[in-house]
Design a protein around this ligand. Structure first.
Ligand code: BDR
Ligand code: CA
Length: 315
C-alpha cells in the first residue's frame, strides 16, 4: 500500500503526544515529513520543548520545526490548567537533545509540500495559526494538499466557552482561512472526541504495564485526568488522537458532511464552528466531513497496540 505523506502540526499537550505516538507506530503507512509546533496548550517554547523531550526519550525522531508564537491577530490563550505548567506534566523526561530544523514551520511546511512526491495530508491538532499562515502566504500549496484532518471545533457545544472548542477559539481568523480554503477537511470536533475517551481502568492498566512507552502514557494520562475531575468527567477525551486515527481507520468513525463556517466575532460566539445540522439542510458544496461517532473499544485497542509496538521499537 502506498504511504500517505503527512505533516503533524501540534501543541503538545497530553493528547497531542498520544496522537504523535500513534503516527510514529504506523510509519509503514504514514510517511511523516515532519512535526511542526504552534503556541496553544502552552507557549511555543514549552510545546516545542515537549516534542523534543518526547523524541529524546523515545530515541526516534522526525524533523521538527517551530512556528507561530501567537495567533494571527489575537493574544495567546493557553490551557495550562489542563496540561500543566510545562504543557506535558506527569512524566520525568530527559533534557532534550534533538535539534530543531533551522527553518520556521511555515517555510518548512511549504518546502516539504512542494518537494513531496505526490500529495500531502496536514494533521493539525492545535490552534490553526501555522496552517492559516501557510495557506495565506503560499496559496499554491492548496493544489498539493489532499486533505486536512484536524482536531478542533464542535457542532453542538464547546469546551472553552458554551459554543467554542479551544483550538478554534484561540485563533478564529486562522481557522477561517483554513475552512474557507477549499481544501477537503475532516473535522474531529468535540462530538467525536468526547466519545474517543479513555477510562480510569484503562489508564491504570497502562500505568501497571511494563514498557517504556506504555508506562509513560499511563502516567501522562493520569496527570491529564486531574483537571478533568474538577470538571466532572469520568472518562477522558483523547481529542487529538482522532485526527491521526481517522487516516488509519476511517471505518471506525461515523460522519456527516456539512458546511462549516467560523465565527470570528468577539462576543459569545467567538470561535464557533457553525453548521446547519438540520436533517433537511442541503449543501451545494459541504466543506467539511464532521466526525460524529467512533467505535470506542476498537479505538482504544488500536491505540494500545500502537503503544506496545513502540515499546519494542524504542527499547
Ligand atoms: C484541544 O485543546 C487542547 O487542549 C487539546 O490538545 C486539543 O487539541 C481540545 O479542545
Ligand atoms: Ca492539541
Amino acid at each position: 500500500m502506498e504511504k500517505r505523506n503527512i505533516i503533524i502540526d501540534c501543541d503538545p499537550g497530553h493528547d497531542d503526544v498520544m496522537a504523535v505516538l500513534l503516527a510514529l507506530a504506523n510509519q509503514d503507512r504514514l510517511n511523516i515529513l515532519g512535526v511542526t509546533t504552534v503556541a496553544g496548550n502552552q507557549t511555543l517554547e514549552k510545546v516545542t520543548n515537549n516534542i523534543r523531550k518526547l523524541y529524546t526519550y523515545l530515541g526516534i525522531s522526525t524533523p521538527i520545526a517551530s512556528g507561530a508564537a501567537k495567533p494571527i491577530i489575537r493574544e495567546l490563550i493557553t490551557a495550562g490548567e489542563v496540561h500543566g505548567k510545562s504543557g506535558l506534566d506527569g512524566w520525568d523526561f530527559p533534557e532534550p537533545s534533538i535539534e530543531l530544523d533551522s527553518t520556521n514551520a511555515i517555510t518548512f511546511m511549504y518546502e516539504k509540500i512542494i518537494e513531496a512526491e505526490g500529495k500531502v495530508t496536514l494533521v493539525p491538532m492545535g490552534p490553526l495559526t501555522n496552517i492559516g499562515l501557510l495557506i495565506a502566504t503560499f496559496p499554491e500549496v492548496k493544489e498539493k494538499i489532499d486533505l486536512i484532518s484536524l482536531m478542533g471545533g464542535s457542532i453542538y457545544a464547546g469546551n472553552v466557552t458554551p459554543y467554542a472548542e479551544f483550538n478554534i477559539y484561540v485563533d478564529p481568523e486562522a481557522a477561517k482561512i483554513v475552512f474557507d480554503s477549499g481544501i477537503p477537511i475532516v473535522m474531529s470536533g468535540l462530538e467525536v472526541t468526547h466519545k474517543a475517551a479513555i477510562t480510569e481502568e484503562e489508564i491504570e492498566f497502562l500505568k501497571q504495564t511494563d514498557g517504556k512507552v506504555t508506562k509513560m502514557c499511563g502516567e501522562l494520562l493520569y496527570s491529564y485526568t486531574r483537571y478533568h475531575h474538577s470538571e466532572g468527567y469520568t472518562s477522558y477525551p483523547l481529542h487529538d488522537v482522532c485526527s491521526v486515527m481517522y487516516l488509519l481507520h476511517p471505518d471506525i468513525f461515523e460522519y456527516k458532511d456539512l458546511q462549516v463556517e467560523i465565527d470570528t466575532s468577539n462576543g459569545i460566539h467567538r470561535g464557533r464552528t457553525a453548521a446547519d445540522n438540520r436533517q433537511w439542510a442541503k449543501y451545494e458544496r459541504p466543506n467539511t466531513r464532521v466526525l460524529i461517532d467512533v467505535n470506542r473499544e476498537k479505538f482504544i485497542d488500536i491505540l494500545f497496540k500502537a503503544f506496545a509496538k513502540l515499546n519494542e521499537m524504542c527499547k
